[in-house]
Ligand binder design. Structure first.
Ligand code: GLN
Length: 193
C-alpha cells in the first residue's frame, strides 16, 4: 500500500510526515504519471485557488477523476475538501477545473479569517476520545446528499464526512502528532496501522 499526497501547494509535508509516522509508504504527487503508483491519495490544505491554477492545463485532475471513478480512495482536508466538493457556494474558483466526488456544498473561508483560526475538540465516529481539530480559513459544509455520511460535527455542522471511499475534512488532521484520523481512513482501506 502506498499513499500519495498531492504536492502542488500547501501542507503536503505535514501529511507525508504523519503517514510516515504511521509506517505508511508515501509518494509526492505532482503529475498524472504519479497516480499509477498509488493506492490512495490525500489532498492537503493550503490555497485552493493556487492548486487549481497550477493544475490547469495539465491532465492531472482529469486522470485523477478517472482513478476516483475506478474507486481510488481520496481524503481531502481543508483546501482539499474544496477540490472534492460537488458544489461551491460562490464562483470564486470560477472557470477552473476541480475534482468533485463528494455530494456536498461548501462555502470557502466561512469560519473567518486567518486570525480567527481556532482549535476545538471533535467527537469522531469510531474514536473513543475527541480529536483536536484546527480550523484555518476553513471551508464550511453547508449541505450534503443522502449518500454522504457525517463522521464528526462542530456546533452541529458536519466537519468530517465520507461518501464511499472519498473522505473530506474542514479542519487539519495533519497538524500536531495525533494520527488517529489518518489511521481511521487507512483502516477503512483495510490497512492496519
Ligand atoms: N481558505 C483556503 C481556500 O479557500 C483553505 C484554507 C486551508 O486549507 N487551510 O482554499
Amino acid at each position: 500500500m502506498r499513499v500519495g499526497v498531492l504536492a502542488l501547494q500547501g501542507a503536503f509535508r505535514e501529511h507525508l510526515l504523519m503517514l510516515g509516522s504511521l509506517g505508511v509508504d508515501t509518494l509526492k504527487v505532482t503529475r498524472s504519471e504519479h497516480l499509477a503508483g498509488i493506492d490512495a491519495l490525500i489532498l492537503p490544505g493550503g490555497e485552493s485557488t493556487a492548486m487549481v491554477r497550477i493544475a490547469a492545463g495539465t491532465d492531472l485532475f482529469a486522470t485523477l477523476r478517472d482513478r476516483m471513478a475506478g474507486g481510488l480512495p481520496v481524503f481531502g482536508t481543508c483546501a482539499g475538501l474544496i477540490l472534492l466538493a460537488d458544489r461551491l457556494s460562490d464562483d470564486s474558483l470560477g472557470g477552473y477545473d476541480r475534482l468533485g466526488g463528494l455530494d456536498i456544498t461548501v462555502a470557502r473561508n466561512a469560519y473567518g479569517r486567518q486570525k480567527e483560526s481556532f482549535t476545538a475538540p471533535l467527537t469522531v465516529q469510531g474514536l473513543d476520545d475527541p480529536v483536536a481539530g484546527t480550523f484555518i480559513r476553513a471551508p464550511q459544509i453547508l449541505d450534503l446528499g443522502p449518500d454522504t455520511e457525517v463522521l464528526a460535527r462542530h456546533d452541529d455542522t458536519p466537519v468530517l464526512v465520507r461518501q464511499g471511499a472519498v473522505w473530506g475534512a474542514s479542519f487539519h488532521p495533519e497538524l500536531g502528532t495525533d494520527g488517529r484520523i489518518h489511521a481511521e481512513f487507512l483502516h477503512h482501506l483495510g490497512v492496519a496501522v
